[in-house]
Design a binder for this molecule. Sequence first.
Ligand code: SAM
Length: 284
Amino acid sequence: MSVDARRAIDDAAYVLRAADVPNAKREVTLLLAHVLGEDTGFLYREPERLLTAQQKEKFDNLVERRSAREPLSHLTGHREFWSLDFLVTADVLDPRADSETLIEAALLRCKDVLQPRRILDLGTGSGCLLLSLLSELPEASGVGIDKSEAAIAIARENAHRLEMDERAEFALGNWGRERDEKFDLVISNPPYIPNGDIAGLQPEVRDYEPHLALVGGSDGLDCYREILFDIRSLLRPGGLLIFEVGVGQAPEVGRMMQSAGISRIEYHRDLASIERCVSGLLAR
Ligand SMILES: C[S@@+](CC[C@H](N)C(=O)[O-])C[C@H]1O[C@@H](n2cnc3c(N)ncnc32)[C@H](O)[C@@H]1O
């Protein structure tokens, strides 16, 4: 029996609610829009559109995977970040809306460093931070580093799709260890979840996202220590450093930055008013 879009959405939302998936109706609407190759407005325009057997089978399969808590972005292969469309797979962190705070902080503080020309993104993942910043700073170019070869491949593909491959280079590396260039701006959203907190994460994160993108050592701060150890060889004097941090980590990361020679520290809050980023300038 044929099913129309509205009925398919109502039935699927029931399945997701039973699996404790938040925002069930919105998620199934996005999944059906993906299957039909439409925007989500189609539900209002054509709620009675009948699904073909093939569309219904594909939709049911995605709903089943989502009810097993596979992230929405892995099912659609996309995530919007800073109003840009990024390819996302299980090899990269699903870009978080909270991380847009880093872009805002960078644009705000760029006034201090007079138009950054060269940007270094440590732990680039999908490339979302570097590419979003480059979209706002047409004169700039940058390098994104990751320890995951698969992530580098996705970041390169995103740069190509967003037509920024001439300004964005992506390379495999252990933070900035092998770089012999000093940048105007260094950004990083490193893994910051304490080892002991991983088991308590929501299933979408714990079971499907790469642990290399999550685990930050016993107190969650190991990667900040590693990056700050090398910061003088990566940032030009007067250059700007911005870290994203986990909930409650901002004061300690700010102290660590000061000990590494970073001054004029500022804290930046996300939409939930959580201190999400810490920025500062390398003393001249
Ligand atoms: C929290 S994710 C951030 C990804 C992306 N920048 C974002 O904001 O969505 C951290 C990234 O750091 C990478 N990473 C972990 N250890 C690393 C290391 N030693 N050197 C370079 N990258 C590393 C992970 O592979 C992962 O892509």
